[in-house]
Design a protein around this ligand. Sequence first.
Ligand code: FMN
Ligand code: EPS
Length: 384
Amino acid sequence: MLRYMTSGESHGQALTAIVEGFPAGVTLDTTVIDRELERRQGGYGRGKRQTLETDRVIVDAGIYHGVTTGGPITLRLVNRDAKLERLIQPPAPRGGHVDLAGAINYQTGIRQVLERASARETAMRVAVGGLARLLLTELGIDVFGYVIELGGIAAPPLSLDLAVRDASPVYTLNPEADAQIVAAIDAAQKAGDTVGGVVEAVVTGCPIGLGTHAQWDRKLDARLAAAVMSIQAIKGVEIGLGFEAARRPGSKVMDPIRYDPDHPASDRRFGFRRPSNNAGGIEGGTSNGEPIVVRAGKKPISTLAARGPSINMATKAESPAAYERSDVCAVPAASVIVEAVVAFEVASAIVDKYVGTSLDAIRTSMAAMHELNREHLAKWADQV
Ligand SMILES: Cc1cc2nc3c(=O)[nH]c(=O)nc-3n(C[C@H](O)[C@H](O)[C@H](O)COP(=O)(O)O)c2cc1C
Ligand SMILES: C=C(O[C@@H]1CC(C(=O)O)=C[C@@H](OP(=O)(O)O)[C@H]1O)C(=O)O
């Protein structure tokens, strides 16, 4: 079982994660993780905080000579803007945040809950996702996230071709490439407002059979949805066609099944081809070998420079909500975070299925399972 927990406050000393169940034998290349951290910090519309932080992962435990040992891996990110003990209690809670409900839930001030609820925590989730990516890359699986819509404006289309993708301004979160989007973010900033958007993550190279139809909490789509929904400010998750499937007749939703008899022995789909992928790579909670497509809707940031209506907690008189500083748009960052949590869930499903304490064990198990399925398909005629 692969799992992790994070700790840390937005303005505390550091963010930490302990990742447990990660296989031995994976070279922990921190530059791969740092690249993802850098992507998360980027994107047009971010606030001043990102000019103060330079996120670089520190590995405190779980490696020997740069290679994972199979023991728990401790990751750390230092907050340069650490100042928690000097921060005051906001007088008026912000709508759209946990400020009010959290202070009641924990019988504390607002500061205690907002510091932990902050999306600063997503930096660590991206570091953990980067670690998962190292395992997935070894197994020929790729995950990438990108913006598809921002402030109601469609982002330029993205090629699934890897070479084209890496050069794409959308993939590299450079919305300067789209004047309309930049103008929408600028207009929101000028008005003291914020903008949200829709992001998508695609997983390619997945074997058939991650997850299961057999039990609700092991369904791959359910696990992905929970992970993505847990990201700060994500308000909707779709797999494949998602809500659009509800509007179409069945004939325009189900993906036909075809067969290519000339497929190579190594084909992870065993020759089965789906001319469409409305299911987003998951049928009955199980990966079907097609790209896994997960979409997420991110709400616009609730902390408004124009300050939304609220109540002063001491006097209960009407008072504008607290405002210190804030992002105007964090949609490009959300695409990196969605990618990271999806990468982790897929890695976790891999470890569940191909139970192995090391990379070699997982590879061996994957190869053996592939052969087993080839044999199973070859003797199919005898079974029916
Ligand atoms: C990358 C990222 C950056 C964010 N930056 C801010 C911010 O600067 N100000 C803010 O009020 N909310 C920001 N948020 C959103 C809040 O963290 C989130 O809305 C809040 O914790 C309440 O949680 P909920 O929206 O999931 O209910 C950000 C979210 C993400 C994913
Ligand atoms: C620190 C990050 O995002 C923060 C998320 C956030 C919130 O309320 O979620 C509020 C802001 O924090 P601050 O008040 O320090 O500027 C963002 O900058 C980050 O993404 O690294």
